[in-house]
Design a protein around this ligand. Structure first.
Ligand code: AMP
Ligand code: ZN
Length: 436
């Protein structure tokens, strides 16, 4: 069952022909913007020279810094009057990046999100509660419009206020939720406080989780807590937001919608394509955007193409769970570490709760990793010997994974700060570093 059978199951050759046609159109549009127009004058973008989809590799890449330095209108290639909405990506320093949309762009985006929701089994009969920030963040309006396009009763619940979220779920019989994974474990705790069980006391039948990195172990936990399947959703503001890549019912990688994007995976240093199936940085080119096409945008997200075909019959290639951003990786005592490696270890240990914080600190001139780890069960902290043993086990298992011995501090469930938006699980407080 597909939302758009012809497009989703299009034979590869036809799909590539469609990509080529759309790439040419995109470049002809893009060069109307001050930024890409400048690149055309310098001879770096020549739309007529594109003969095959792989010719995309001859084009210059676009970075977040390029977008920041041409803020706000340098990438706009239509009259401002034709634009009807903008979104900004979550930047903490300097100019944010801003994306403008025309009527066409918003319709195309909503359709992609509807396609994703349909692929995991959501239907127009569902009550779809969208628990995330509305406003400039794309998860709010992106899923709102996608849910409406699908025809589901879409509840713009917004972020936070867990008791009200639970009341909305009960009042309207919510069957599908979209939210960030770090919020679901908190929501589950509030169910507990109210003496309710999400499995027995709601009509929930599926979850969509995304917008922040999480491991397979975290997904498994969430599925257990809520008793339904949780599907991974990938997107970024620069590429609209949600609706770029999404799991299907098989949960074995996210189909990246290749009628709307050209995806490449490259080595972060050489920027050459990595061999099929290896991890590298995802580079995306928009194929159906009018106001602000982007050519070979460097996402900084690290993933790989999953080789082979998906049993669902969709022909669009799948990307693997994002292991992190190239700028998430930290180097400590000569070892390269991704926070997700640590999360993977923690979430496999049943006594560990759902939240943790990785801090890098300098103690007596030596860089250390301090891991604050929430316990799963309240009151367990009375068992001193048990705690010691657990801390030792965490220390050893993390060391085996990352080759650096962390300092582990166990804290009560709920003790770590919980921001309303995406989780903050990493702080670099080492001497000479910016505070994060
Ligand atoms: P923003 O544009 O502010 O919404 O942030 C987009 C970024 O969030 C992406 O570039 C990824 O780094 C991250 N992200 C979004 N979805 C996922 C996902 N499903 N898994 C891991 N990271 C994600
Ligand atoms: Zn599939």
């Amino acid at each position: 069952m597909y939302w758009e059978p012809e497009l989703e199951t299009m034979p590869r050759q036809a799909l590539e022909a469609l990509q080529l046609k759309r790439l040419k159109q995109t470049l002809r549009r893009a060069v109307k913007s001050p930024y890409y127009g400048g690149l055309r004058r310098e001879g770096k973008i020549t739309p007529a020279a594109i003969k095959t989809v792989s010719d995309v590799r001859s084009l210059p890449m676009t970075t977040k810094e390029d977008m920041r330095s041409h803020f706000p209108y340098g990438f706009l290639c239509v009259d401002r009057q034709q634009t009807i909405r903008l979104h900004c990506s979550s930047g903490t320093t300097g100019n944010p990046t801003v994306i403008f949309h025309t009527q066409h762009d918003l319709q195309s985006w909503a359709n992609l999100v509807a396609r994703c929701l349909f692929a995991v089994g959501a239907r127009d009969t569902d009550v779809f509660q969208n628990i995330c920030g509305y406003g400039l963040f794309t998860g709010g309006l992106g899923f709102q419009c996608g849910g409406e396009r699908l025809g589901a009763l879409t509840v713009p619940a917004g972020a936070g206020n867990s008791r009200r979220q639970i009341k909305l779920m009960q009042d309207f019989g919510t069957t599908v939720i979209h939210t960030i994974p770090s919020y679901l474990t908190r929501l589950h705790a509030v169910f507990g406080e109210l003496g309710l069980d999400p499995i027995k006391d709601t009509r929930l039948r599926l979850l969509v989780i995304g917008a922040e990195p999480h491991t397979e172990e975290t997904r498994q936990r969430i599925q257990q807590l809520f008793g339904v399947k949780a599907f991974n959703s990938y997107g970024l503001t620069e590429m609209n937001g949600p609706g770029v890549a999404f799991e299907c019912e098989h949960q074995n990688g996210m189909h990246l919608w290749e009628d709307a994007y050209i995806a490449e995976i490259v080595d972060t240093d050489t920027l050459d394509p990595v061999p099929e199936g290896e991890v590298g940085e995802l580079i995306l080119t928009t194929l159906d955007r009018h106001a602000m096409p982007l050519v070979r945008y460097r996402t900084r997200d690290l993933t790989r193409f999953i080789p082979g075909q998906c049993p669902c019959g969709r022909t669009h290639r799948r990307i693997d769970r994002v292991v992190g951003r190239s700028d998430d990786m930290f180097i400590i005592r000569g070892c390269n570490v991704f926070p997700m490696q640590i999360e993977g270890v923690l979430m496999r240990i049943p006594e560990v709760g759902h939240d943790y914080l990785i801090s890098l600190v300098t103690e007596n001139g030596v860089d250390e990793i301090v891991l604050d780890v929430e316990l799963r069960v309240q009151g367990f902290s009375d068992d001193f010997a048990g705690l010691e043993k657990l801390a030792r086990r965490i220390t050893h298992e993390v060391r085996d994974e990352i080759l650096v011995t962390p300092k582990v501090r166990l804290v009560e469930p709920g003790a770590l700060p919980k921001p309303e938006g995406k989780a903050i699980r990493f702080k670099d407080l080492r001497e000479g570093r910016c505070l994060q």
